[in-house]
Design a protein around this ligand. Structure first.
Ligand SMILES: [Fe+2]
Length: 361
């Protein structure tokens, strides 16, 4: 018998004589006993003072043992219940075991048998509680680890964004605007929330590879040579290479970093993908990126007006840009010729977590 000294036990039976027999036995084992003449009384007793062990008859007035067991399993899951049955009620006893009773004793019972059943039930109860607590601890630990992994991911990504900002002040504002345009396009296309988040993340990071581009080329005021242009375009591959290890669980966002300069006609960078071979997320960001680049002043050229930029997007439909994405952009920002296009408000980085990406995958 496990250490039962002072452990509370509630004995539920409508026959006072049987209660007394059981109480004497259990008090002899060190239990402190309480008694109840019906299920209802037992519930009142437990509500006042829960007990780790309940021994209950099945047939009782007011509330029978089955109904009592049902209540106990829900309200006091750590309480071990042993039911006492007549031999003819074995089926009911089995039903009780299925409902969560830990054991049963058939009447007329031998005291030795009751002692053995109680001992076993308390062992089972201890194991169940330990198991539950182990599982809860494990779940909590996994949750803490998952949160930490997400934090590390965000810290890593932020470090890259800050590094690029230090090198190229234009990129920060550009990335935020592209992310905001992209999110509006995605919403106009009625994409699901997780995909919108993926597009926001990829858009915010799309130019991170410029960290690896020579500053003299990045800030050059004059026209770029073909080699210099190719060098700048390498930021797609560099970005994907830098972010790859960090974003193994975010393939959608990573594809934006690599493929946002692809063109529908296959003449884009870095892979010359054509049409639907270009990841859809990248086709969305490509339109937002082009619009913001065209309407921003750069060291090497003045900005285009919003009308001119829209004209260029329309002109590039099916050649450079996905026509459905250009239409969604116009729907989101132009509406019924309601120019000028509002400047999207800059918001803090809204980076979805790897877990979010994983859900989407
Ligand atoms: Fe870019």
């Amino acid at each position: 018998m496990p250490n039962t000294s002072g452990m509370r036990c509630l004995i539920v039976d409508d026959e006072p004589r049987l209660r007394r027999v059981l109480m004497r036995l259990l008090e002899g084992e060190g239990f402190t006993c309480a008694e109840a003449g019906s299920g209802l009384e037992a519930l009142q007793e437990l509500a006042q003072r829960p007990a780790p062990l309940v021994i209950s008859d099945l047939r009782m007035p007011e509330m029978d043992g089955v109904s009592l067991l049902r209540e106990i399993v829900v309200r006091w899951p750590d309480t071990a219940v042993i039911v006492v049955t007549a031999v003819a009620e074995v089926e009911s006893a089995v039903a009780c075991l299925q409902m969560g009773a830990l054991d049963y004793v058939a009447k007329p019972f031998h005291l030795e048998e009751v002692r053995a059943r109680v001992s076993q039930a308390l062992d089972k109860r201890r194991l169940l509680i330990e198991n539950r607590s182990y599982q809860k601890n494990l779940e909590e630990r996994v949750e803490v680890q998952a949160r930490r992994i997400e934090e590390l991911f965000l810290e890593g990504v932020h470090a890259l964004v800050f590094a690029l900002e230090a090198k190229d002040a234009y990129t920060r504002g550009h990335s935020m605007r592209v992310a905001n345009y992209s999110v509006e396009i995605a919403r106009a296309l009625k994409l699901d929330t997780d995909l919108v988040e993926t597009i926001a993340l990829g858009a915010e990071l799309h130019d991170v590879g410029k960290i690896g581009v020579s500053e003299s080329v990045l800030h050059k005021a004059g026209k770029l040579s073909a080699d210099e242009y190719r060098h700048i375009m390498e930021h797609t591959v560099i970005g994907a290479r830098i972010l790859g290890p960090l974003m193994r669980d975010a393939p959608g966002a990573l594809s934006i970093v690599r493929s946002h300069h692809e063109r529908l006609d296959g003449r884009g960078f870095p892979d010359g993908l054509e049409g639907d071979a270009i990841p859809f997320e990248a086709r969305v960001v490509s339109v937002a990126d082009a619009f913001d680049a065209m309407t921003s002043v750069r060291p090497y050229r003045p900005s285009l007006s919003v009308e001119q930029a829209i004209h260029e997007l329309e002109h590039g439909k099916s050649v450079q840009f996905d026509p459905a994405v250009v239409d969604a952009f116009c729907q989101a920002f132009v509406g019924n010729l309601a120019l000028p296009i509002p400047t999207p408000q800059l918001q803090p980085l809204r980076l979805p977590t790897p877990a979010m990406e994983a859900r989407r995958a």
